[in-house]
Design a protein around this ligand. Structure first.
Ligand code: COA
Ligand code: MG
Length: 282
């Protein structure tokens, strides 16, 4: 399982920013055809995205398409189902049916283009109260869904509040996404972009909160946000050292016939060791 710690959004219409986005060390880049592209520029953005995929050796690249019920969504889908795409982000996913509709169309396009059926990942972008309440069904909508993404800016507007940066208004939605994802047997979700570009302290706290709640990584919108988010979602040297110590001590105890021991003031038993191994695998 390859966890995505940091995914950088870039408007799908801006070639200069796109080229820059590929050079910043994010685990993945998301070319946006939805909110970051003005209605009059949608056609041009599709052209730019097609050109970008001609370049060899891209890092994992996702495309966020417009809702397929909008007049742009279907056209977006037709240009993005192709070799070299990491996956498609589905803006404003609200029901499992939304996702299955796109999955069916994607399957037709895969067949037409000689791609392996089912090979295109779909990432539902959950960014409304309704989407949050349906998170469980969306997470298990179809095998193409390997992780969910949280859109906190649309979500806060939907619940009539603002993105505060302290996480209060996001707590329920985040917890729901993490739990729904794991209950459906898919990867931990991807956290929302934080809109405060210049405030790295708030970004770092926001990312730490999301990691603590069980997210695998966070989406970002600006070059200055990439490194802080990579840092937060990478285990620290201390965490790795502690995890190694736990695994070693437990192996030793198990060999001596003990199932539970005390190590540095903490109980160590099977689930603690499982968590330590997760950290080491990251
Ligand atoms: N990817 C790559 N490069 C980016 C970037 C991004 N997401 N955001 C900014 N840059 C570049 C700028 O082009 C500029 O490059 P330069 O120094 O070579 O000229 C540099 O980083 C500094 O940018 P800055 O002037 O601070 O920001 P801006 O005013 O140009 O752009 C935003 C601000 C918010 C418009 C821009 O960051 C952006 O478009 N982000 C993505 C928005 C998006 O995709 N939203 C949809 C999902 S929520
Ligand atoms: Mg949006």
């Amino acid at each position: 399982m390859t966890l995505l710690r940091c995914l950088l959004f870039v408007p799908g219409v801006d070639r200069r920013k796109i080229d820059k986005a590929f050079s910043l060390g994010a685990d993945a880049v998301i070319l946006d055809l939805e909110d970051a592209v003005a209605p009059t520029e949608k056609g041009r953005a599709r052209q730019v995205v097609q050109e970008v995929f001609q370049s060899p050796g891209l890092p994992p690249t996702y495309v966020r398409i417009n809702g397929v019920e909008t007049r742009h969504g279907l056209q977006d889908l037709q240009i993005v189902v192709r070799a070299g795409l990491a996956g498609i982000m589905l803006a404003k996913a609200e029901t499992a049916e939304d996702v299955r509709k796109v999955s069916w169309l994607t399957g037709l396009l895969e067949e037409e283009r000689g791609l392996v059926h089912g090979s295109t990942e779909l990432v539902p972008f959950i960014e409304s109260a309704r989407g949050i309440e349906n998170a469980g069904a969306i997470a298990s909508a179809c095998p193409r869904v390997k992780r969910l993404a949280f859109g906190g800016n649309d979500y806060t507007a939907d619940i009539w509040t603002s993105y505060s940066g302290d996480g209060t208004e996001l707590f329920y939605a985040r917890a729901k996404l993490v739990n729904a994802s794991r209950a459906a047997g898919i990867e931990p979700p991807l956290d929302t972009v934080c809109p405060f570009i210049k405030d790295t302290d708030t970004l770092r706290e926001d990312a730490k909160r999301a990691r603590k709640m069980g997210f695998q990584g966070k989406m970002v919108i600006h070059p200055a946000q990439v490194q802080p988010v990579l840092d937060v979602f990478s285990p620290t040297a201390d965490e790795v050292a502690a995890a190694k110590k736990i695994v070693a001590a437990y192996e030793e105890a198990k060999a001596a016939g003990a199932g539970v021991i005390q190590l540095d003031g903490q109980m160590v038993e099977a689930p603690i060791v499982a968590r330590a191994k997760q950290i080491l695998s990251q």
